[in-house]
Design a protein around this ligand. Structure first.
Ligand SMILES: [Zn+2]
Length: 464
């Protein structure tokens, strides 16, 4: 082959849609142009020696809160995408609880233009579902999907901006109608906030039980982030079916396992167009670790086997590791009263190492990772076949991993502006060693080599 390629990834075990094999992957003009047998002489401007490594499609993270605009002291798009790239993420999808929140044409366009100069990896943006009448505007400005907070925090504490909460099912229904008309997906954080508030106050807050341990008990009991979310999901599935809305369920795994049954029923028995993302903290965050970091984790894995079953049987379509950072200082009063501090967790940099560790433990295969963390999200959010798989013609996005590399999460190694990690002290095996976005190396061996602004905004199909 005589042409010069921009980049060749040589000698790796490549995870292709058809299965894994040793191959060299050739890139020109930001796209994959050839996948060839190894050891064929190739002329390339840049080469990655992937001998002993696995080459996956660029992995996606579809649940990040990079806090820009409005709360950039917690995170901004540059620090957030830097953390993601270090964690092997090539594409992210950012949430909407910003100030101003991107719920109108103007505020969405403002956010898009503001963050576009800062991203190190490619990204999409949720449009904020609040006003049924602005959904068409958000679609035309490039929202990749619409996010609805069908919830309010029991004490109205950020990050649940009260005015963003759509707790009126009539409004939710009208948003579904509008989203369905645009051909987009509607992603919902479900809840029955009044139920959650009443039971949480009755048995915990009014009973003077507010410590972080009380909070974790309340969570496992199904009050905070509990059965109210399942009941909200039941209503939403019903209305989404009536309006023929493609529904994407957020926070599978955060909700009790009964919620998984609702999704299973909707998919299998009703054939409904519904997908769901599994929160991996619900698989990996032990009670011991949760009590170690206290108010820097909002959930723990009290029922992981039920959620693993949902990953195995397809109830969960994709994996996420929620990234919802707050500064260490603002969470610390939570040791005494965790119902009154902002709740969150970090995950942008930790998500893929935790998932690779699960591969090494035999819970998943790398083919599963390619499907759950690249193909399925790219398909659901409308960017496949451009992204989501290693295929000729696709964007040259790769996450190259060393399955033997060991790691320990320590706050001094994290790029998040929040200054801590919810996974402090956790050891994992299997690490991303290259993040490549459209043929450009963004991260190499734990060092960022890309520059802010090189990440590209990808519009949803309403803009095309
Ligand atoms: Zn979130």
């Amino acid at each position: 082959m005589s042409q010069t390629f921009d980049l060749v990834i040589k000698g790796g075990e490549v995870i292709l849609p058809s299965g894994r094999r040793r191959a060299d992957v050739c890139v020109r003009n930001e796209r994959i142009v050839a996948i060839v047998e190894p050891d064929v002489p190739l002329d390339a401007r840049n080469t990655i020696d992937a001998t002993g490594l696995h080459v996956l499609p660029g992995l996606w993270h579809v649940h990040v809160h990079f806090r820009e605009p409005g709360h950039t002291y917690k995170e901004d798009f540059e620090s957030g995408t830097r953390a993601a790239a270090l964690g092997g993420i090539a594409f992210c999808l950012d949430m909407t609880n910003n100030d101003p929140h991107p719920t109108t044409r103007e505020t969405f366009a403002r956010k898009r233009d503001l963050v576009s100069g800062k991203a190190l990896i490619d990204f999409g943006l949720y449009g904020g579902g609040l006003y049924p009448k602005t959904v068409a505007d958000l679609a035309s400005e490039g929202a990749i999907a619409i996010k609805v907070f069908n919830t309010r925090h029991v004490r109205e504490v950020y990050p649940y901006i009260s005015e963003l909460g759509v707790v009126d099912h009539g409004i939710l229904y009208e948003i579904f109608e509008a989203v369905s008309e645009q051909g987009l997906v509607c992603s919902v954080h479900h809840d029955d906030s009044e139920w959650c508030k009443r039971l949480t106050f009755r048995d915990y807050i009014d009973a003077g039980k507010t410590t972080v341990q009380d909070y974790f008990d309340c969570y496992a009991k199904g009050y905070m982030y509990g059965h109210g979310m399942g009941a909200g999901l039941a209503a939403s599935l019903y209305y989404a079916r009536l309006t023929r809305t493609p529904l994407h369920v957020l926070h599978l795994g955060v909700m009790p396992a009964e919620a998984n049954e609702l999704i299973r029923h909707a998919k299998r028995d009703l054939g409904q167009d519904v997908t769901a993302e599994m929160e991996t903290a619900a698989l990996f965050m032990t009670r011991e670790q949760a009590e170690t970091v206290g108010p820097n984790a909002y959930l723990w894995a009290y029922n992981p086997e039920a959620h693993w079953a949902s990953v195995r049987d397809g109830t969960a379509d994709m994996l996420v590791g929620e990234h919802a950072p707050h500064t260490f200082e603002e969470t610390q009063p939570g040791w005494k009263d965790n119902f009154s501090v902002p709740l969150g967790i970090t995950g942008a940099q930790e998500f893929i190492p935790l998932v690779l560790n699960a591969v090494n433990e035999g819970r998943l295969s790398l083919e599963d990772v390619a499907r759950l963390c690249a193909l399925a999200p790219a398909q659901r959010f409308g960017l496949h076949p451009r992204k989501g798989a290693i295929d000729v013609g696709a964007d040259a996005d790769f996450t190259i991993v060393d399955m033997a590399k060991e790691n320990e999460f320590r706050k001094e190694n994290m790029a998040t502006r929040s200054g801590h990690t919810s996974w402090e002290g956790i050891r994992t095996r299997g690490m991303p060693v290259y993040t490549v976005v459209r043929g450009s190396i963004v991260m190499r061996n734990g060092e960022i080599v890309g520059r802010p602004g090189s990440g590209r905004f990808h519009a949803g199909k309403g803009a095309r």
